[in-house]
Design a protein around this ligand. Structure first.
Ligand code: CAA
Length: 258
């Protein structure tokens, strides 16, 4: 199995698992990732997902170079589309995804992290897009997602130079939320955040994700209209009634996800 997945107390734990190849994304791994994301969507008990890599050295060291070496231009296009569509499943999901970057996050690995909603990094994390040094370019959304997250200047510098940056630099550039010393601290912080997210109304969290993710590409005016429309829709939910009543009645809300 190239992707391990288990769910416990409402949190899904997804581990990309090819440690001998630094968790590089070959076609089987991408297909297993896709299946896992689709399974997460079906499972109403899962409210939040933590994504990490197996082993001590890498989150994901990119798309599998040995596999790509044999691709024709048309196959490469299809490979990029499959990778993009797979990672996009995290962005279109209403469930928050938290990346725990435990080492190298290069090329396709950086792209996995950029498709998550929150990025936590271990102090040994290294981020970069080495693609142009291989004669290719990022193909799983990196050019689009890094420029949207960090701005075009930063994206151009990192992508054109193929240089790696450490966790501290990535945090300074707004690519990383928090840095942790050890893998245990990294995973436990992610778990704690997942628990905190799960205390809230799932529909409201999901709509807030839609407003931020989908609203980002819109003009400010359209984004505000979109936010207001979701604000209106959420008022028809059971959990909105529960949350507002609980505050007024000075008690803890009991959210059911409705
Ligand atoms: N694809 C295939 N195999 C990879 C790999 C990758 N992206 N990254 C590492 N591996 C393999 C190595 O070939 C090696 O396998 P063997 O033991 O069978 O030889 C094993 O993982 C361990 O790697 P190293 O011995 O190289 O480990 P290191 O500690 O010396 O170096 C590293 C670590 C700097 C990350 C180095 O492995 C490296 O540069 N990897 C490639 C990184 C890269 O260029 N990623 C971008 C890929 S392109 C892409 O992702 C396109 C896209 O956007 C879709």
């Amino acid at each position: 199995m190239n992707v391990l997945f288990e769910s416990k107390n409402g949190t899904g734990y997804l581990t990309i698992n090819r440690p001998d190849k630094l968790n590089a994304l070959n076609i089987d791994t991408i297909n297993e990732l896709k299946e896992t994301f689709l399974k997460v969507e079906q499972d109403k008990t899962i409210k939040c997902v933590i994504v990490t890599g197996s082993g001590e050295k890498a989150f994901v060291a990119g798309a599998d170079i040995e596999y790509m070496q044999k691709l024709t231009p048309n196959e490469a296009l299809k490979f990029a589309r499959l990778g993009q569509e797979t990672l996009h499943l995290m962005e279109v999901s209403n469930k928050p995804y938290i990346a725990c970057v435990n080492g190298y996050a290069l090329g396709g690995g950086f792209e996995v992290a950029l498709s998550c909603d929150i990025i936590f990094a271990q102090v040994n994390a290294k981020f970069g897009f080495p693609e142009v040094s291989l004669g290719i370019l990022p193909g799983f959304g990196g050019t689009q997602n890094l420029s949207r997250l960090a701005g075009k200047l930063i994206a151009k510098e990192l992508i054109f130079s193929a240089k790696m940056i450490d966790a501290a630099k990535a945090k300074e550039l707004g690519i990383v939320n928090e840095i942790y010393q050890t893998r245990e601290e990294l995973l436990s912080a992610a778990k704690e955040l997942a628990v905190q997210i799960q205390k809230n109304a799932p529909l409201a969290v999901g709509f807030a994700k839609r407003a931020i993710v989908d609203g980002f590409g819109l003009s400010k005016e359209d984004g505000l209209r979109y936010e207001a429309s979701l604000f209106g829709v959420v008022f028809s939910s059971v959990d909105a009634k529960e949350g507002l009543s609980a505050f007024v009645e000075k008690r803890k809300p009991n959210y059911t996800g409705g």
